[in-house]
Design a protein around this ligand. Structure first.
Ligand SMILES: C[S@@+](CC[C@H](N)C(=O)[O-])C[C@H]1O[C@@H](n2cnc3c(N)ncnc32)[C@H](O)[C@@H]1O
Length: 283
């Protein structure tokens, strides 16, 4: 028997685990060491059962079949990715952007139209935090305009981000004045808020897999890229390859923000660290 079922819980056999983890690492960059097996089981069990299948071997045979490749295989990545995020996560980045970087960057480079990319945007808290930061900045600097692209590999989280609907507890880190300016409370459910339409419309959403050879984006076109708490799931060589690709999309002097536990130490990259986890492209 390939998988065992105990009290309705399906356990994943080692061969299926290796088949799945090899696929996920090759296609999406995400490392899946054996220690992640129980996490995978807890995320995939319901899916396997909902397809009427009795083992992970049957499940993998199905998702890698011609029929599976048309749909279910695509959905598996939605279940495997870790999408934890928050409004104003690692708030020092947004403070640095609005209080230190933007005024200097726009005047030194004579650039008033700032292009930003939230890469690995998850359910939208990061790009909407960028919107709030830029809108607040614009109050003092009306000459500045900006555009924002937000991408993720998971279509499920992109849909959530596009909707811009959140439980009210989620916006706790947002300062009160900004809550009033950027969110509307649902009339039907007072525990739910939605980002106001003009701010939702400011974001262009895209599905991008960082493992793809091309991201279908213009080179040297971005002033700022946020790619935070994504690369931590990749091995070092993949991280370096992906960051090099981000660099090719940055304008000289542009910024790359990484997550608090991500580092480029030991990598050969045209980046200069200017703050903890903040890098300037020296191209
Ligand atoms: C933990 S969330 C980080 C969200 C946000 N950047 C933050 O710091 O709060 C990581 C996101 O990276 C996305 N991701 C993982 N692998 C990816 C890949 N190969 N290409 C693009 N996005 C990926 C996941 O779907 C997930 O939404």
């Amino acid at each position: 028997m390939d998988s065992s079922s105990l009290n309705g819980f399906l356990s994943m056999d080692t061969e299926s685990f290796e088949r799945l983890s090899t696929y996920v690492t090759r296609e999406y960059g995400i490392k899946l060491p054996l220690a992640k097996k129980s996490m995978l089981e807890s995320r995939l069990n319901k899916k396997v059962k909902s397809l009427g299948l009795n083992s992970y071997k049957e499940f993998l045979d199905f998702i890698f079949s011609d029929q599976g490749k048309q749909g279910e295989l695509f959905n598996v990545i939605d279940l495997i990715t870790t999408n934890k995020t928050d409004f104003f996560r690692e708030a020092a980045h947004f403070h640095f952007l609005s209080k230190e970087f933007l005024a200097r960057y726009t005047s030194e480079n004579n650039r008033n139209n700032i292009k930003i990319w939230s890469a690995g945007c998850s359910s939208g808290e990061e790009p909407y935090t960028i919107i709030m930061t830029m809108e607040e900045y614009k109050k003092q600097h009306p000459e500045v305009t900006y555009s924002l692209i937000a991408s993720d590999v998971s279509t499920r989280v992109i849909q959530t981000a596009y909707q811009g609907i959140y439980d009210i507890e989620k916006i706790e880190p947002v300062p009160l004045e900004m809550k009033r300016s950027y969110f509307l409370r649902s009339k039907a459910n007072p525990k739910v808020v939605r980002v106001k339409p003009p701010f939702r419309k400011k974001i262009q959403f895209k599905r991008i897999n960082f493992m793809d050879n091309h991201y279908n984006m213009m080179k040297a076109d971005y002033d700022i890229i946020f790619c935070r708490n994504v690369l931590i799931y990749f091995d070092k060589a993949t991280q370096e390859r992906v960051i090099n690709k981000f660099c090719s999309h940055l304008k000289p002097g542009g910024l790359l923000f990484l997550g608090h536990s991500e580092s480029i130490i030991g990598m050969s990259l045209p980046l200069k660290q200017i703050r903890p986890t903040v890098y300037r492209y020296e191209g």
